[in-house]
Design a protein around this ligand. Structure first.
Ligand code: DGT
Ligand code: CA
Ligand code: CA
Ligand code: ZN
Length: 574
């Protein structure tokens, strides 16, 4: 068993012990052990073989033993027994934001609540509100959480859907008789969340393709199986449609099932203006004497309507056809255009990579520069840096740059907290010593959208702030954005010549792509920020690039598409 899975089990043990009211020291020991394991440098197997695990800070002898057993056998009797001693619904109750082990314990012991439906009922009939430590407000929050959870469970984050789709696509392409296979729908358009997967195959004989698809492992239910269309539901809850069409229809069907509906409606409207009728089957001229155009690619379909190719990301029915007609489609940013990234964490705060590890990982991505922006002291839950620790980090960064051992240039920054009154967690004199500053809201307890907007704008007016972090604090399919007037924040950013980040963490993608086109036209500069908390998370930028493309962004709109020399100049100007 790998170390991340083991860390998850340790922290689950800590949580179960807490629900059971065990000694707090013991509870903390398991959570500390999990964190230590997550941030462990070096190979777990080697540490175990050297009997050195118990010497790792945060891992005591008893926990070292449990880690060893899990690593070697993938099983731990202590954990199984412990988990079986609780109703399984208690742990799922904690998937609702604001419901932690202490609340679960109280709900279970006082009211016998052991599942989400029971919790919902007790919130509605007032018995939870009467409980000590809960109250009406908490109850309302829990009910909103339960409602959101239902809505959220119908959609899936893009990378999770893509991970399921990729091997299926490869499998389809490897089947005998399959000429083309593609995924369509929201996955192909790179929407941030996906409702269901849509596969499209060109083959003369659909039957073997249908049989293969409906007998995939992990299928919970085959919801439909016809001659040319099947639908399945996987155990993860994700559903998938497959359609098999004759080769000559493939690109018409691919275009149709890529959507979006709004894009399709506009395309059909345009076809009619050209005396053509467009459908998933093909293009038929209204005039019987004109021959029907064929399509050997999607580009042929657009060409038949007098248009250049429109990339799937843009097909949202938001003016892409008009832009194509006027030859004004954007020169969309690609992953290869990125030359670095600015919002990244190290072990100094809540990341798992050292400065050098992060730098090396950035080098291996072919980048020219990397910015480090660890949390500031108010984010104590993320081990935010004090002024003294920040000064040390800045010195280490300057030293690494001076030594020239690394090919990459490091920038010293901070992800400084925007405090409740809009002032920053560090004094200006501290910020002045940094290359750049990302300012973010982490403590969300601001009364309303007006107050939050004022709070953020005040931060943007600070001369040392370079960019705003995650504008709304949303976590897709988990936590709603805090109320804020996004347009006013954008106005303030433009007026103060500040950047807004496009946080590329798949859960965030914040600021939302729907706001970028207009904002960039009005002069807002973007930075695609991975917010990496581990070396491999630098790759999150790919999700940011996809969102940027959906927002019509070009390299010229994005700070980290600039060369090192240009970035130095940009930072130097302030
Ligand atoms: P999703 O699955 O909710 O994330 O979103 P999509 O876009 O993948 O939607 P889905 O799976 O219902 O259908 C795939 C595509 O098929 C959709 O983007 C456009 C096309 N399509 C489906 N139903 C209709 C329809 O009633 N009218 C039109 N014009 N197109 C449709
Ligand atoms: Ca779909
Ligand atoms: Ca579908
Ligand atoms: Zn943050």
């Amino acid at each position: 068993m790998d170390k991340n899975t083991i860390a998850d089990i340790l922290s689950e043990i800590g949580t179960i012990l807490e629900i059971k009211g065990e000694n707090p020291f013991k509870v903390r020991a398991y959570h500390a052990g999990a964190r230590a394991l997550e941030t462990l440098q070096g190979d777990l197997g080697v540490l175990i073989a050297d009997n050195a695990l118990k010497d790792v800070p945060g891992i005591g002898e008893a926990i070292a033993e449990k880690i060893t057993t899990l690593h070697q056998t993938g099983k731990l009797k202590f954990y199984d027994t412990l988990r079986d001693s609780l109703p399984p619904g208690l742990l799922t109750m904690m998937e609702i934001p604001g419901v932690g082990p202490k609340k679960v314990k109280a709900l279970w012991e006082e009211l016998g609540i052991d599942s989400i439906p029971a919790l919902q009922k007790a919130c509605e009939d007032g018995s939870v509100a009467a409980l000590k430590g809960f109250g009406q407000k908490t109850c309302e929050k829990i009910l909103i959480g339960i409602r959101n959870r239902e809505a959220y469970s119908k959609r899936h984050l893009w990378p999770i859907a893509a991970e399921v789709a990729l091997p299926i696509l490869e499998g389809l392409r490897a089947l005998k008789g399959v000429v083309h296979a593609e995924s369509a729908g929201s996955l192909r358009r790179h929407l941030e969340t996906v409702g269901d997967l849509d596969f499209l195959v060109a083959a003369a004989d659909p039957a073997p393709v249908m049989d293969w698809f409906t007998s995939l492992p992990d299928i919970l239910e085959v919801t439909a199986k016809g001659d040319t269309k099947s639908s399945v539901r996987f155990s993860s809850g994700l559903q998938a449609d497959l359609r098999v069409v004759p080769e000559e229809q493939f690109f018409f069907a691919l275009h149709h099932f890529t959507g979006s509906k709004d894009h399709n409606v506009a395309m059909r409207h345009r076809a009619l203006q050209h005396g053509l009728s467009l459908s998933e089957w093909g293009i038929t001229p209204k005039d019987a004497n004109v021959t029907a155009p064929k399509a050997k690619s999607e580009a042929d379909i657009f060409a038949a309507l007098g248009l250049p190719y429109i990339p799937p990301e843009l097909r949202e029915g938001l003016g892409e056809i008009e832009a194509a007609e006027a030859n004004k489609l954007p020169n969309l940013v690609t992953l290869a255009d990125l030359r670095g990234a600015f919002h990244n964490h190290t072990i100094a705060s809540d990341g798992t990579g050292t400065l050098e590890e992060m730098a090396k990982a950035a080098e291996s991505m072919g980048w020219e520069y990397l910015g480090i922006a660890d949390h500031s002291k108010s984010s104590f839950q993320a081990n935010g840096l004090t002024e003294a620790r920040l000064a040390e980090q800045v010195e280490s960064i300057r030293k690494l740059n001076a030594e020239k051992r690394l090919k990459i240039r490091l920038f010293a920054g901070s992800e400084v907290d925007i405090l409740k009154d809009g002032t920053l967690d560090f004094d200006d004199s501290v910020l002045a010593r940094l290359d750049y500053v990302v300012a973010s809201v982490h403590n969300r307890s601001t009364p309303d959208a007006d107050a939050m907007t004022a709070r953020i704008i005040r931060a943007l007016e600070n001369p040392y702030v370079t960019m705003l972090g995650h504008l709304t604090g949303r976590l897709l399919l988990f936590r709603e954005p805090y109320p804020v007037h996004a347009q006013k924040v954008i106005d303030a950013a433009i007026a103060n010549k500040k950047i807004i980040e496009l946080n590329a963490t798949p859960l965030r993608l914040d600021m939302d792509w729907r706001l970028w086109r207009r904002a960039a036209e009005r002069g807002l500069l973007c930075s695609i920020n991975p917010d990496a908390h581990a070396t491999e998370q630098l790759r999150y930028v790919a999700n940011g690039v996809a969102a940027a493309r959906k927002g019509w962004l070009e390299p010229r709109h994005i700070l980290n598409c600039r060369t090192l020399a240009e970035v130095l100049k940009y930072f130097g100007k302030k």
